[in-house]
Ligand binder design. Sequence first.
Ligand SMILES: [Fe+2]
Ligand SMILES: [Fe+2]
Length: 230
Amino acid sequence: MPNKFTPHFEATDSMADLVRADYNILPLLSRFSIPLGFGNDTIGEICSKNDIDADTFLLIANFTLSNGIDHSIVTPVAALGIVDFLHNSHDYFISYKFPHIRSNLLNALDANHSDINPAIIAYFDDYVNQVKLHFEYEETTVFPYIRRLLSGEKSDYKIDIFRKNHDEIGEKLSDLKNVILKYYTTSKPNLMYDVLVDIFNCEDDLDQHNDIENDILVPLIESFEKSDKK
Ligand SMILES: [Fe+2]
Ligand SMILES: [Fe+2]
């Protein structure tokens, strides 16, 4: 049965319309290294100008819009494109998003709370270290395995090992958010509200990252493993 989901974009649709449909598409553009200034070009035209597989881009963009997966375009090329996209997302969180939140959090802390401020920063740093370990396992074990599988190499690893052990990294950030929301009185509320919005966004972004790994990548690789055995 075909997957029905709306809105659904295709290669002949305008990139500007796609961004207008949901601003959560913007982080995708940066992770696919698509520059702004796309005028009236279509999604297909922009992908080909930037050497991006349009099917991979559409698979992730449509999933972002509606959680629907178009199974007709899950090819080995798309699988490699998804791995590259996930790798770029790891870079984005570690090199940009977490340092950005940390420095805004430091700015927003109130000097009157010198007793608990160090614990808040320590919690955040500990969280980032856990995410780094999570990403590191994917970068050093899971992604190299997928690249080997798709190039026809045999391996003892199976994507099921990843599926069983893959934890929800976004959830742990909600504890910090809840402590600040419920208990942190401050004389600099605007700065702290900005940090909270950033943490909410980051949590959503990490959840979506996890969903792409669990709902698109894992089933896709399982199907390649099965067809490999035939
Ligand atoms: Fe990841
Ligand atoms: Fe992950």
